[in-house]
Design a binder for this molecule. Sequence first.
Ligand code: CA
Length: 221
Amino acid sequence: MRILLVEDDVGIGEPLVGGLERQGYTVTWARSGSEAIAADPHDLVLLDLGLPDIDGEVVATRLREASAVPIIVITARSDEIDRVTLLDLGADDYLVKPFGFRELTARIRAVLRRASSGAPIEDQQVTVGRLQIDHRTRTVTFAGDTVTLTPKEYELLAFLASDPGAVLSRDEILRSVWDEHWWGSTKTLDVHVASLRRKLGDPAVIETVRGVGYRLAEPVS
Ligand code: CA
């Protein structure tokens, strides 16, 4: 597993690199945003938001444009944490400084596990109405257009599409797509659903079943 650590603070970066390498990870240490953007593809990115050259938010957006690599944001700005902004950036999780090394490695394992397993779906390609999901390449098209999704949005859509037409409860969705390390707020789910509806361009695709959960409303062909 190759991790790209983006951190300008040597006092934080050095022990992190050492600790992660002892855990068996291969670590590339980028000390600026431009180094991070220029780096080769990695399996996971640890991204400090406070960078000397480019705003961490911009770095996250650029990385996300290039790939679906899982991103864990590291920030000192706990009071400025805005989960909607982080979701828009495509972050998979975040840690507020100071954090423990155990906490970090638990988050890394959880994010990598989610990224590699995805929803338990046997078919590599799923077509439901206008929606097509290719699990091999993790790409989504809707009515013929490619839709760019964050890893979480993708997992959520894949989960809904695994049982099209069925009402999936909020609990089921949160348990399957998120885990105990995420924000803990069920609002997260609504934010992702809203974002998916916007990106798909047709809010009716994901139907709200009041008091229960959501269902994929595309007709099964
Ligand atoms: Ca910093």
